[in-house]
Design a protein around this ligand. Structure first.
Ligand code: KG4
Ligand code: ZN
Length: 340
């Protein structure tokens, strides 16, 4: 039997410092994520310079912890996978420089990973993963993109947001209502007891034949609705707040479900994979499952901890490239807009 390949994976594309150790790109030996929510909370969003500074502080302890939890030393690592982009350049550079230093000093192969490919591949860490091809939706704070996925490294972009990403819309609406950061999980929770039909917010569409999204109009509709009430959002009655966020969430989910299955149908695909932070949303998960069963398609959604940013998903992709003999040079750079 071939020796298992052990990978160390590092993720610092935004505001989470992540490190993971994987065996053969499928089994998580450890996965550690340090969230920076407490740093950015008071600003209502990620402050890039503070994010880089926090990564610099956390990268050594987080990688050390991941190795310790896996019970392995660097000598046992066969490859280092690191997010190369897209993301905040200052944040990416911390993980990338650290990974390059380790690779250089220890002579370990280095693999640069696309953050979106990592999100699309998180599902391979679950039992009964999909076979190719499938329709993949990445729905996060930075992206809302639909891909046809024919294999690792084989992606066709079918549509994407023309303005705000879905997670960004959640975060901005939560900020507007004074609910805190990040908005997604807060709105998810508050919506449980709200009425999703209380306010008929628009379901923005950019045309029947396009798989692009647009969420800024929906956000503006929430702004206008809020302005019709006297006083700051902080003074709103609890029930009104719950109804606003619940109705907003229902509108986002409707659009995501509709476009995703429309794209899958158009491509003749029977398998749908969703991932990214917003895929942790309860209503979205439920509605995607219902629609898949209605359309006789199969839906695959990673567990919530694998939907939000983590390094384990980076390791899945790194392993696939390492296996194929692909190595990246130590001159590897970070790119905010890295494409497939
Ligand atoms: O994938 P992710 O951790 O980072 C990026 O690559 O952007 O996604 C973060 C985004 C944030 O906008 C956050 O508000 C949203 O995912 N999010 C959620 C939920 N959990 C995280 N949105 C809706 N419902 C959730 N439960
Ligand atoms: Zn992400």
């Amino acid at each position: 039997m071939n020796k298992k390949r052990i990978l160390l994976a590092i993720e610092t594309s935004c505001d989470d410092t992540g490190a993971a150790v994987l065996s053969d790109g499928r089994k998580i030996l450890s996965s550690v994520v340090s969230s920076q929510v407490s740093v950015h909370q008071k600003y209502g969003g990620v402050v890039p310079e503070l994010a880089s500074r926090k990564h610099i502080e956390m990268i050594v302890p987080i990688v050390t912890e991941a190795l310790q939890q896996a019970g392995l030393s660097l000598e046992k690592i066969d490859g280092i996978a690191v997010t190369q982009g897209p993301g905040l350049v200052g944040s990416l550079l911390v993980g990338l420089s650290f990974a390059k230093s380790l690779a250089f000093v220890k002579g370990i192969p280095l693999i640069g990973v696309n953050h979106l490919e990592a999100h699309l591949s998180a599902i391979f860490l679950e039992e009964n993963p999909p076979s190719f091809p499938f329709l993949g939706l990445v729905v996060s704070g930075g992206h809302t993109s639909l891909f046809r996925v024919d294999g690792f490294g084989q992606y066709t972009l079918l549509g994407q947001t023309r303005d705000d990403a879905a997670g960004e819309a959640f975060d901005k609406v939560a900020k507007l209502l004074g609910l805190g950061y990040p908005g997604g999980p807060i709105i998810d929770e508050l919506s449980r007891t709200g009425n999703p039909r209380a306010i008929p917010f628009p379901r923005p569409s950019v045309g029947k034949n396009s798989f692009d999204f647009s969420f800024s109009g929906l956000k503006t509709a929430v702004v206008h609705f809020v302005k019709t009430f006297p006083g700051p959002p902080g003074s709103f009655p609890e029930e009104l707040l719950r109804n606003i966020v619940s109705s907003f969430q229902a509108a986002v989910v409707d659009v995501l479900v509709q476009k995703t299955f429309q794209a899958a149908g158009h491509q003749g695909l029977k398998r749908v994979v969703i991932s990214g932070g917003v895929a942790a949303n309860r209503l979205l998960r439920q509605r995607m499952k219902e629609e898949a069963s209605k359309q006789k398609m199969r839906i695959y959604i990673p567990s919530p901890v694998l939907c939000t940013d983590n390094a384990a998903m980076v390791g899945v992709v790194g392993y696939e490239y390492l296996k194929r003999g692909i190595r990246f040079p130590l001159s590897l750079n970070a790119f905010s807009n890295l494409r497939f």
